[in-house]
Design a protein around this ligand. Structure first.
Ligand SMILES: [Zn+2]
Length: 226
């Protein structure tokens, strides 16, 4: 049995996010929306986030500006701005376990993802840092992303898929994707595969040291796979 967790990044986008919510509601699927802080300054975007939260989706923090990875600006002040100011904008809609997802630059992983200062900030402030394990490329390949997503889901037991509630991304073919996943017999989850949870309750749990640009080997606390 394959498990699938959906996540929607880089919104909220007025006019798009609401339609994504309608599609998910018809299927009874709960997901997470990793929002960009500066977009929340638009009241319509903030309202879309509130709608998502109201029906049970989780709201996560996906940086303030989504422009410079932590590996390219390693100061503590930058980490605090990008994470803390977004969390303030999310406010009371945050999960009890505050969720954070780094800016990956085209969905790639590598040493650009984190600085030591950003990991320290996430641990000090008790964030649950969430990566991904399926990036089908909805924002760059309308023709191919659904098929790629089905392949990625088929190849692993539990997929955490990154989609985007922005223009020209997942929305036009989201119903088709969900039909394909139903045909595969997947079970939709809201929580995240353990290997995609990098930090929680103030410590690193699964963060590969090679994702931290200026880190010596970081202590890794093994989590159970249960
Ligand atoms: Zn993003």
């Amino acid at each position: 049995m394959r498990r699938v967790t959906l996540s929607f990044d880089n919104g909220p986008t007025p006019g798009i996010t609401e339609q994504v919510l309608d599609i998910l509601a018809r299927r009874g699927i709960h997901s997470s929306f990793f929002v960009i802080g500066q977009k929340l300054l638009d009241p319509k975007a903030a309202a879309a986030m509130q709608s998502a939260h109201r029906v049970g989706h989780w709201i996560g923090n996906h940086t303030l500006t989504h422009a410079v990875p932590f590996g390219d600006c390693r100061t503590a002040a930058f980490a605090a701005d990008e994470i803390g100011k977004t969390e303030a904008l999310i406010g009371a809609l945050a999960c009890p376990k505050k969720l954070f997802r780094p800016y990956g630059r085209q969905g790639t992983v590598g040493p650009h993802l984190f600085s030591r200062a950003s990991v320290d900030y996430l641990n000090t402030h008790q964030y649950r840092t969430i990566l991904w394990n399926a990036v089908p490329g909805d924002w760059r390949d309308q023709a191919g992303w659904v098929e790629r997503c089905v392949e990625q889901v088929s190849a692993q037991h539990w997929s955490l898929i990154v989609l985007h509630d922005i223009d020209n991304a997942a929305l036009p073919r989201l119903p088709e994707l969900l039909n394909r996943l139903d045909a595969l017999g997947v079970v939709f989850e809201q929580d995240f595969p353990p290997e995609t949870v990098l930090t929680e309750v103030g410590q690193v749990v699964n963060l590969d040291p090679t994702y931290v640009v200026d880190s010596p080997v970081m202590p890794i606390v093994q989590t159970s796979n249960a």
